[in-house]
Design a protein around this ligand. Structure first.
Ligand code: GLN
Length: 548
């Protein structure tokens, strides 16, 4: 060894905090995902964190009516639907650590206090809670070794709930250095219905609010119904103290996958790269992303798919199902027009009228009694009329119930989730679930291995014997009924490794009739559609062509 000592500087992680102004639901998640996609095209390693300032530990116990679907990660994390956008745009699997909630932060602080980690101190929001937030963020940076960590702070600036998170972000700016931390503020620029004029005042106010929290934004992304003109850009730049080229116009688009292209056309990638002194590893190439966006428009035709569930009023409740349909459509060059229908009003008498105009049907996941009989009618209709059909999770379980009732002849067959006294519990609580008392995070969750039988439709679709798909359920096919169901023609083409838990069912004499206990939608990506969705869209298109 020579006398000289070499210090190897670790790669400095850069942090981009994304805040929201004026109101929620502006598409901050899509903005974060799009920025991530842009940086990825420059060869920069990115990851994303979502901060949800609610006291729930995670999204698992929340009603989809409030926040949209609960997205499930590979590691079983039940998280906000924005994670679906992150994974789809970044084409990367994220983990539960990327989801930071007030619940998780407070839980850790209180646990530490009880252990005596803060002996003698008064435990406070600053510094104890803010320290915990910063450590959770830095922990992700360390584990992923990403060049850039994007952090979306949920809610709107000014909310009491998000204050500790803004304060932690402000502190990180000081601690990491201004060259390593950047703030992007996403706001609304509304248009007056009377004069059609765009108004910048709400943006000015929300930037003021952000500054009151000690944060000066580096870039403002303006959501508006129409593009911003020069005059508005100048005004926002002046009042917000940001350069004009950092005021970005993000008007409404029909297809959210176009947002990365829209932002990049205004120089977002280059601006961030300069601001954070990043070193791009390649010349960005958006051609395959552009091609994907073109194919979404359906150069080869279109199909109509019905999604029949109980959360029909909020389309975000089925977000990943809808996106998976789009990915499958793009792979085939087919535009997928979908409609979310409520099963509550569907009966044997009206089912045909309601579904006649659709080329394919999905019965997605769900819980509880409401709308169940309508869904069962829909499944019967699909089976009897040979309409391409995909059942997911609860949809899989209801398909077993429909078959047991209408083909096997087991009158009143049901799931014990809905009817605990059914004479034929063809769907029953999983054995390990019977001992569980707590609700949060206790379902069978996340990526689990599935073995597919060769020679089946499932095998043709996946082209492999072993797959891993994401789950979220407590009930399953009751093993006592498997032989009986199979002797009447139902095929269980996928099981877990033990062979005892049913994972996929199909009817071989139908054009396309398949259902899975898992949720294939969670792993579908823009250029890697989920096989079960691909098969559905393809079969629906073939049916449509043959009926013309
Ligand atoms: N309610 C069913 C169960 O818990 C299905 C769940 C789902 O569709 N995600 O097993």
């Amino acid at each position: 060894m020579s006398g000289s000592i070499w210090f190897i500087m670790p790669n400095q992680t850069k942090y981009i905090f994304v805040t929201g102004g004026v109101l929620s639901g502006l598409g901050k998640g899509i903005t974060v995902s799009s920025i991530g996609r842009i940086l990825k095209e420059y060869g920069i390693k990115v990851t994303a964190i979502k901060i949800d300032p609610y006291i729930n530990w995670d999204a698992g116990t929340m009603n989809p009516f409030q926040h949209g679907e609960v997205f499930v990660l590979e590691d079983g994390g039940e998280v906000d639907l924005d994670f679906g956008n992150y994974e789809r745009f970044l084409d990367e699997n994220l983990t539960s650590d990327h989801s930071i909630t007030t619940g998780k932060v407070f839980y850790r602080v209180i646990e530490k206090e009880r252990k005596g980690c803060y002996l003698g101190q008064t435990v406070q929001i600053i510094p104890h809670v803010t320290n915990e937030i910063k450590s959770l963020i830095r922990n992700v940076a360390e584990n992923t070794r990403a060049d850039v960590v994007l952090i979306e702070i949920g809610g709107t600036v000014g909310d009491i709930e998000s204050m500790p998170f803004l304060e932690a972000a402000r502190q990180m700016f000081i601690e990491e250095g201004p060259e390593n931390v950047m703030f992007i503020h996403v706001t609304l620029v509304p248009q007056l219905s009377s004069t059609k004029e765009l108004k910048t005042k709400p943006t000015q106010h929300s930037v003021k609010e952000l500054r009151a929290a000690g944060i000066q934004p580096d870039m403002i992304i303006c959501r508006s119904p129409i593009p911003l003109d020069k005059e508005h850009v100048e005004k926002i730049a002046l009042y917000s103290n940001v350069p004009k080229k950092a005021v970005i116009s993000a008007p409404d688009v029909e297809n959210t996958y176009e947002v990365p292209l829209l932002l990049e056309s205004q120089g977002v990638g280059e601006y961030i790269i300069r601001r954070l002194s990043l070193s791009p590893k390649k010349i960005p190439d958006f051609s395959s992303w552009k091609d994907f966006c073109e194919r979404l428009k359906g150069p080869n035709g279109s199909v109509r798919i019905a999604i029949v569930g109980k959360y029909a009023k909020l389309k975000d409740a089925y977000l990943s199902v809808i996106e998976a349909l789009k990915h499958a459509g793009a792979a085939l060059g087919i535009r997928v027009c979908y409609e979310v229908l409520s099963s509550e009003k569907i009966t044997r008498n009206n089912v045909e009228n309601i579904l006649r105009e659709f080329d394919g049907i999905i019965v997605p996941g769900g819980f509880g009694q409401r709308g169940v009989e309508g869904k069962i009618e829909v499944i019967r209709y699909a089976r009897e009329n040979n309409v391409p059909f995909l059942g997911i999770c609860f949809g899989f379980q209801l398909t077993v119930i429909e078959y047991a009732r209408n083909v096997v002849g087991l009158k009143d067959a049901h799931s014990t989730e809905i009817d605990p006294n059914t004479p034929h519990p063809v769907i029953d609580l999983m054995e390990e679930q019977k001992r569980i008392e707590k609700y949060g995070g206790t379902m069978r969750l996340g990526g689990q291995k599935i073995i597919i039988k060769e020679g089946t439709l499932a095998y043709r679709l996946y082209g492999t014997k072993e797959i891993v798909e994401r789950h979220r359920h407590r009930y399953e096919v009751n093993s006592r009924y498997i032989d009986l169901l199979e002797s009447h023609g139902l095929i269980f083409s996928g099981t877990d490794e033990s062979g005892e838990r049913m994972e996929i069912l199909e009817l071989p004499d139908r054009a396309y009739f398949i259902a899975s206990q898992f949720h294939p939608e969670f792993k579908s990506r823009p250029m890697k559609p989920a096989p079960l969705f691909y098969g559905l869209v393809k079969a629906a298109f073939e049916r449509k062509q043959s009926s013309i």
